[in-house]
Design a protein around this ligand. Structure first.
Ligand code: C2E
Ligand code: CA
Ligand code: CA
Length: 764
């Protein structure tokens, strides 16, 4: 849950970062597209601003000269007569204070007079000015005039009125036009291509700044730079009309602004014209925008990196997790989970091919592990892993499940083909010689995949496993290769098991499990020795008793055996206590105990308490353990046996000889009885050898003080042989079949009549 939560939190963070960076990138793109419009507006304002600054400088200088004119007017106002004025202004440029002045004229009324007192023909600019602003000092304009002996020349004039009491009404001071250069900033403002002072006359003459343009005529000068006639005309119009403004033009494909600064009232015919490159004007603001865009892009890039990093890390983590989940790290191959996943993919990719899942099980894996240890097992497993890897083809796979079990997914061209391939596999692994040189027997359970049946790989493994387990139940033929296919019979068993699993609890409540008793016969004493309690499951439908072979394995797998064993045991106790209470004869009863039951922590305690509850005296109950349990849980069993002995139980080792008979069991486990498997009675190729083994086991057991019981005794000749070999007790159909309780009670009552040495038994 926590894992899922943090995972989804991480997802949200990653998605958030991705969204934010996308948004930032979009913003940056949008900003870039708006950018040129914004720049044009900014550039116009910036250009005009600068031009107005130039204009302000010019304005300042004009004001100085206007002040000079005013000062001169105030000197003139001291003259009492017009003649005195004339004598003052005549040749004024020779006076040290006025050396830069060309000439001075004066108004009396609206008539203009020169330094000689001659009336001048109407000069447009001076008369115009006086007509408009008679009381205001200021610049009047620039014009051609014959102000000196040398003929006409260009001059500029400043007007200043005199006080009313003066002899004249106003003065006009004229300078050579070159004076304009001193008014105008000689240097163009920083960044301007040019800054021009232009006179708005028919030629639009450029008076200052002309060195920066090739022409003294504004129109030509502009047309030399740009072919946009409309724009040029717009500039000329601004100049003519004496207005501030900007015009955008393109020069060699780049954006420029022409800005005009003019003022009809102050500058009269003068205008400032400047040319700026948009790039230069906006460079600072461009830098600013660039910086912002850069930051955004940088942020977006960082965000993208974070996302990529997180994604990569997640993939890596998942990969690691997947590895741990799917790999057998010790053997360096797939584990069951990994096999399932890989097999699933292969099957999906090749849905038209036939496949089989094979479960390869090392026979007696636990025994080998216990006897030879982990190192040996690891070597063995590694060897089989190599054999697996060598055996599989393209689009096949293998893995190691737990407990010495390998899984194979093979192409299946039919059963013969599969068996042939497993033979090759078999050959590869038999090459193995571990330090202990034991024979390895492998069992192959095969499930041929039916593509019409849609089942999970884990289920296929289970089926193959079932086929494998079925070999265990089959009579052991010690071939190197034991192969079993999952077929209809196994399917039937599986369904049967499922059905039994549903019914078992109810059956226990309803008393469907019944205890049968099979008498044992003591060959030395010539009479009954005891009996073994064997469970049956009564089926009310068929009205038949089902043998343990049908359900025992299932109950061991699902654990129900613990309840059943306790039930059988309790029934046995009930029978003994009831019979004794009613004065009947009771022989010791042997009770079977599954390894699952025996390893329960309360096992000894429960069996003892029940024994005490029914008041059963010591020696009447014997517990049977199977031989396979003995070697698998040797230490555990030893403790259990000691515990049981202490509580007055006898212990027996069952099925001795059918599995891995170990003399160590006999030597080290203090058993009261050894029950030899029916297998000892089967004839093999070498009768003399059988006999030798048989004799030595009986002898050993007897030497160790154990009672020797032979199971499955069916024939008279077997009895004779057993007497000969010194066997103590026999159990089998020859003496009696397992009997329902009522029949058993009758049997015991008549037991003195049964003497098998004289051939008198209940056989058939
Ligand atoms: P087992 O303990 O080896 O029991 C002896 C089996 O041999 C019994 O099979 C018995 O019916 C059978 N048998 C007896 N005499 C002969 C004979 O002359 N010839 C042949 N061929 N068979 C003979 P059964 O009753 O089917 O029980 C099978 C196994 O089920 C038992 O083998 C025992 O391991 C297990 N079992 C039976 N009852 C219980 C129980 O209450 N608890 C547990 N845990 N296991 C039980
Ligand atoms: Ca038994
Ligand atoms: Ca047995």
């Amino acid at each position: 849950m926590r894992k899922i939560l943090t995972k989804s939190k991480k997802n949200i963070i990653v998605i958030l970062i991705a969204v934010v960076s996308m948004a930032l990138l979009l913003t940056a793109v949008a900003m870039l597209s708006n950018y040129s419009d914004e720049v044009a507006v900014r550039a116009d304002a910036e250009a005009l601003n600068r031009t107005l600054y130039t204009k302000a400088t010019l304005n300042g200088n004009m004001a100085d000269y206007t002040a000079k004119a005013r000062a001169l007017a105030s000197v003139v106002s001291y003259c009492e007569t017009e003649e005195e004025v004339i004598s003052f202004i005549h040749g004024i440029s020779s006076k040290s204070d006025y050396s830069d002045v060309r000439t001075v004229r004066y108004f009396v009324g609206d008539t203009l007079f020169d330094e000689y007192g001659n009336e001048r023909e109407i000069s447009d600019l001076a008369n115009n000015y006086r007509a408009n602003y008679p009381d205001v000092a200021g610049y009047i304009g620039t014009f051609e005039d014959s102000v000196s002996v040398g003929g006409k020349m260009s001059v500029i004039g400043f007007y200043a009125p005199t006080p009313d009491s003066a002899a004249v009404d106003a003065v006009v001071v004229y300078y050579a036009r070159s004076k304009l250069q001193t008014f105008f900033p000689t240097e163009a403002p920083a960044d301007a291509e040019f800054s021009l002072l232009v006179i708005a006359n028919e030629k639009n003459e450029i008076v200052v700044g002309g060195d920066k343009v090739e022409n003294s005529n504004l129109k030509d000068a502009l047309r030399l730079r740009t072919g946009e006639l409309d724009s040029v005309n717009s500039v000329l119009k601004l100049v003519r009309e004496g207005k501030d403004g900007t015009v955008n033009v393109k020069i060699s494909g780049n954006d420029y602004v022409i800005s005009v600064g003019a003022d009809k009232d102050v500058f009269q015919d003068l205008a400032v014209v400047e040319l700026y490159s948009v790039d230069v004007l906006c460079s600072t603001s461009l830098d600013f925008i660039d910086t912002i865009i850069m930051i955004i892009v940088l942020f977006a890039v960082i965000a993208v990196f974070i996302v990529v990093y997180l994604v990569i890390r997640r993939i890596q983590r998942e990969k690691e997790f997947f590895n741990m989940e799917t790999t057998d790290t010790k053997l360096q191959c797939l584990n069951r989970n990994g096999f399932e996943k890989t097999a699933k993919k292969i099957l999906e990719r090749n849905n038209n091919s036939n496949f089989a899942v094979v479960v390869v099980q090392i026979r007696h894996y636990k025994y080998i592990l216990d006897t030879f240890g982990t190192d040996e097992i690891t070597q063995l497993l590694t060897h089989i892993r190599v054999a697996c890897a060598k055996s599989i083809n393209l689009e096949e796979t293998f893995g190691h499940a737990e407990d010495g079990q390998f899984l194979l997914l093979l192409h299946a061209k039919g059963r013969e083909d599969l068996i042939a391939r497993l033979k090759t596999f078999s050959y590869l692994y038999t090459q193995y010689k571990g330090s202990h040189k034991f024979d390895i027997v492998l069992r192959y359970g095969i499930y041929e995949i039916d593509s019409t049946e849609n089942i999970a790989v884990s289920q296929m493994i289970d089926f193959a496993n079932e086929a494998n387990n079925a070999i265990r139940q089959a009579t052991a033929q010690n071939a190197n290769m034991q192969v079993n296919f999952y077929d209809n019979e196994l399917r039937r068993i599986r369904l049967l098991n499922e059905d039994m699993e549903l019914r078992m609890e109810g059956a226990l409540r309803d008393g469907e499990f019944q205890v049968f008793y099979q008498p044992k016969y003591n060959l030395h004493l010539g009479k009954q020795d005891g009996c073994e309690a064997l469970v049956r499951w009564y089926d009310p439908k068929t009205q038949k008793f089902n043998p343990p072979a049908l359900f025992m394995q299932l109950f061991e797998t699902n654990g129900f055996i613990v309840k059943l064993d306790k039930y059988v045991y309790t029934k046995v106790c009930e029978y003994i206590s009831y019979t004794l209470a009613h004065g009947g004869t009771v022989y010791p009863v042997s009770v079977n105990v599954s390894r699952i039951t025996a390893v329960q922590p309360d096992f000894v305690d429960y069996y003892y308490k029940t024994k005490r509850k029914y008041g059963i005296s010591d020696g009447l109950l014997m517990i049977e353990f199977t031989e396979s349990f003995a070697y698998e849980n040797y230490e555990t069993l030893r403790k259990i046996v000691d515990g049981l002995h202490e509580k007055g139980f006898k212990c027996s080792i069952d099925d001795f000889g059918c599995g891995y008979s170990s003399y160590r069991i006999l030597k080290s486990l203090p058993m009261d009885e050894i029950k030899l498997d029916k297998f000892f009675l089967e004839k093999s190729d070498s009768e003399s050898r059988d006999l030798a083994i048989f004799q030595s086991i009986i002898q050993l057991a007897k030497n160790l003080g154990m009672k020797v019981t032979q199971e499955g005794v069916e024939l008279k000749e077997d009895v004779e042989l057993l007497i000969e070999q010194g066997c103590d007790v026999v159990q089998g159909y020859y003496y009696s079949r397992p009997l329902p309780l009522s029949d058993y009670i009758t049997f015991v009552a008549n037991s003195r009549e049964h003497n098998i040495t004289t051939g008198k038994g209940t056989l058939k």
